[in-house]
Design a protein around this ligand. Structure first.
Ligand code: ADP
Ligand code: MG
Length: 248
């Protein structure tokens, strides 16, 4: 891997809530071309880790380099950083009072300061890519879950992020739709060159679309491997094995 291909470098990341150590000594990299899936039992720290990478949580230790710049530095411009990183959520988080097209334009106009015409052009291009250009005037409540997630992916991509973060993007969807969405993300990685870091509790689906799997157990990385090399013993270490210290 070339050093310039490294997009995200997390080193010795720690996160505690009071006396509860949720993330411990987390280190990994995400490079250009990667689709990295974070797997682990509920409560193992997957969401907290993604929230640290997006600065929705403040890490209590370690560093997170984005293209070599430490985003945990208090001097960092947080909105500017966030605009370079796309985010997709389990619950879609679309604006229900706006149309599909408006959902994909508002951030471009309000955060990136783009002109309306340019914002619309980019929104249309990505809505076409996710096969939702026929629904531009629909409101989110008129869409299925899979369609909402397609719109959310288009919205995340309009700013041309180098890194797309997704927290359980298919957990609210049926298996068939979930697979379609993961395949879409894989396709977007290939055609747009965006690296993807996502959380998933569906092991089989994430195995099929990922270049690498990270396994979290009780806030520690216990696996960093290509999917084909993951063994039953690895899975026992992630999901079974020692009692989860993160459990209530
Ligand atoms: P996962 O996404 O793997 O299910 P989370 O990252 O959501 O795990 O949670 C990991 C642990 O951190 C859990 O024990 C959870 O209760 C705790 N946690 C998460 N956010 C907070 C918070 N804001 N305050 C206190 N504890 C939290
Ligand atoms: Mg979670």
């Amino acid at each position: 891997m070339n050093a310039e291909d490294v997009i995200l470098e997390v080193s010795h990341l720690e996160k505690s809530f009071g006396s509860h150590d949720v993330l411990r000594d987390i280190s990994f990299q995400v490079a250009k071309g990667d689709v990295v899936s974070v797997i682990g039992a509920s409560g193992s720290g997957k969401s907290t880790m993604l929230r640290c990478v997006n600065l929705l949580e403040t890490p209590t230790g370690g560093s997170i380099l984005y293209h070599g710049e430490d985003i945990t530095d208090p001097k960092i411009n947080v909105p500017a950083y966030r605009s370079k990183v796309g985010m997709v959520f389990q619950s879609f988080n679309l604006f229900n009072n706006m149309t599909v097209l408006e959902n994909c334009m508002v951030g471009q106009i309000k955060v990136a300061g783009r002109k309306k015409e340019e914002a619309e052009e980019k929104a249309m291009a990505y809505l076409k890519k996710v096969d939702m250009d026929a629904y531009i005037n629909a409101k989110p409540r008129q869409l299925s879950g899979g369609q909402k997630q397609r719109v959310a992916i288009a919205r995340a991509m309009v700013s041309h992020p180098r890194l797309l973060l997704a927290d359980e993007p298919v957990a609210s969807l049926d298996p068939v739709t979930g697979r379609q969405i993961l395949t879409l993300l894989q396709d977007i990685q290939r055609t747009e060159g965006v690296a993807i870091l996502m959380n998933s509790h569906n092991l089989d689906q994430s195995r099929a679309v990922s270049t690498r799997l990270l396994g979290l157990h009780a806030g520690r990385i216990v696996l960093d491997s290509v999917p084909a090399a993951v063994t039953d013993a690895d899975l026992a270490r992630i999901y079974g094995g020692a009692e989860s210290e993160a459990a209530p």
